[in-house]
Design a protein around this ligand. Sequence first.
Ligand SMILES: Cc1cc2nc3c(=O)[nH]c(=O)nc-3n(C[C@H](O)[C@H](O)[C@H](O)COP(=O)(O)O)c2cc1C
Length: 348
Amino acid sequence: MKLISAPLANLSHAGLRMLIHSFEDPDEYFSEMIHAPSLLANSPFESWYLRANPVPEKMVWQLTSPKAEALVQAIPMVLQHGGIGIDLNMGCSAPPIVRSGAGFAWMLKPLETTAAAVRAAKAAVEQYAAETGRRFRLSVKMRLGATEDYAFLLRFCTMLINEGVELITLHPRLQRQSYARPALHKYTAVLAQELPIPVYGNGDIDSVQALTAAAERYSCAGWMVGRAAVRMPWIFKLLRRALSGTTDACVPHSTEQAEEEVINVEQTALLFLQFLKTEQPPEFYKTRAQRFFQFYCDNLSFAHYCKTQLLRESEPEAMERILRDYFEQVPTDRFIRAEELIPRHSPS
Ligand SMILES: Cc1cc2nc3c(=O)[nH]c(=O)nc-3n(C[C@H](O)[C@H](O)[C@H](O)COP(=O)(O)O)c2cc1C
């Protein structure tokens, strides 16, 4: 069973991947969504989105666009940087994105409109593959739909497969469903069983227990982890260990092994700041650090206090000073043992 790092706008950049890599890589790293029209407009920061560090061969480039034409032109620009292939974002339900005709809007358009876009994207992927003698995968990440309607979901997925999509990631929530409701993974299991291509499940995998419970109940080709990989960049190491070395891939290792794992929460935070400086432009330091620490601070006893302090700063050096002061004051927060690796604060 595969483990996959999810696309997270402003979060799943090369800096976060380097941090995850310092513990253990997942099988695939999805990039944050790359807006195809901005890439074509040669916006000054676009090259930062195309960094394939730290493991280029595990990269999946996620593109978002309101129009097929921009996707088609962006595909060779992105695939130059290697990786497993292209993922089309059909799941982002943020209202400005949907209003623009991108993300989840592709699930709302007439089926033939979306089919034509996927066909064009597939042709662009195949053409680039033929020119370079390499193979690239085309995948789609999507939600359940606007309403709970399995017939529609199946029709939509069948259309994707007919147009050459080779993998689907399902985040089984409706367009307007918040994260407060659990992901409906019964749909992940049914699709994985009915479709002739691999299906990854995504949503609410935030611990070994959550993974093993989901994997036991809902069989699929892989599990994608989003927010929990920001909160716990070491999570793939724990999940992989839980899945490996057992005949039944779902049974975790013994707790003695889990107890050996000690995470240095302070060093990990400082390492993130280092990677932020090498992997992102200075203009992004503040927003990317804010996004990261919103999740990461949930590991701390005084999460709100530390977060508030960090969010005021724009320079990594100032953030480093705040973190060092915090751990001086609360040294018991420096280390977490594996069996305690459930965040102290439940996710927002
Ligand atoms: C801050 C944030 C940014 C996200 N950005 C993207 C994105 O760029 N592309 C995408 O397909 N999904 C995006 N998502 C959705 C996640 O990939 C994932 O589907 C969702 O968080 C559920 O998985 P999780 O429970 O493991 O976090 C984003 C989610 C969050 C919280």
